[in-house]
Write a protein that binds this ligand. Structure first.
Ligand SMILES: O=C(O)CCC(=O)C(=O)O
Length: 207
């Protein structure tokens, strides 16, 4: 018997949601996105560096640099519009969401994070979006990771949900504004031969 921590109300953790061939297609399309908009370490306004590398696709993308964090229609590093969200991303999302309360969700932004061995993401709230009634949906690919789900204050103790390749995590409704982050990844656990670490595809409706 496997025991998993209960995720809070409004959070849905769908395990093994995407089969291996879908995961491979998503990975290949994420790599195609990164040919147009390469992965790099975003910086905070105060000069800190995110340990995960990031890129985006969609009408807008989330970026952070000396000007602070924000959604932009163009990649601030190149001035070129972010690549479109690949068809495979939208199709996988549609299939997963069809049996959930979020079936009508249409993202306009997808942040792609690449975590290598020691990368993590501190607890944070997603609050740069225009409408908090829209969920945040994350597809995990590659190495397993501890996805932290906290409360509505940074100091609230989070629980850790182990997310694995092909899992989907939805933070909507009452969970939309929860603090969340990635405590660690588990190197060497990726079932995808072309991916050593972890990629997350985080879909949002930003505008
Ligand atoms: O990588 C993940 O699964 C979480 C990503 C995240 O929290 C974010 O990009 O805001």
């Amino acid at each position: 018997m496997s025991l998993f921590p209960c995720v809070p109300l409004g959070t849905l953790h769908i395990r093994a949601s995407l089969d291996q061939s879908t995961q491979t297609n998503l990975l290949n399309d994420a790599f195609k996105v990164s040919e147009e908009a390469p992965f790099s370490h975003a910086r905070t306004k105060s000069g800190g560096v995110y340990s995960a590398k990031m890129t985006n696709c969609g009408d807008v993308g989330w970026w952070s640099d000396a000007r602070g964090y924000r959604y932009t229609a163009v990649d601030p590093r190149s001035g070129i519009p972010w690549p479109r969200i690949p068809k495979s991303f939208n199709e996988a999302l549609k299939a997963v969401l069809s049996e959930t309360d979020e079936a009508g969700f249409k993202p306009d932004a997808c942040l792609i994070n690449h975590y290598t061995a020691n990368a993590k993401m501190g607890l944070h709230q997603d609050k740069d979006e225009a409408n908090f009634s829209q969920p945040i949906i994350t597809i995990s690919l590659g190495a397993a990771a501890d996805f932290l789900i906290g409360g509505f204050a940074r100091s609230d103790k989070p629980i850790a949900a182990l997310v694995e390749s092909g899992d989907v995590l939805i933070m909507g409704g009452e969970s939309r504004m929860r603090f969340h982050g990635i405590r660690k990844i588990y190197p060497g656990t990726s079932p995808l031969p072309d991916l050593e670490g972890r990629l997350s595809l985080t879909f949002r409706k930003a505008t």
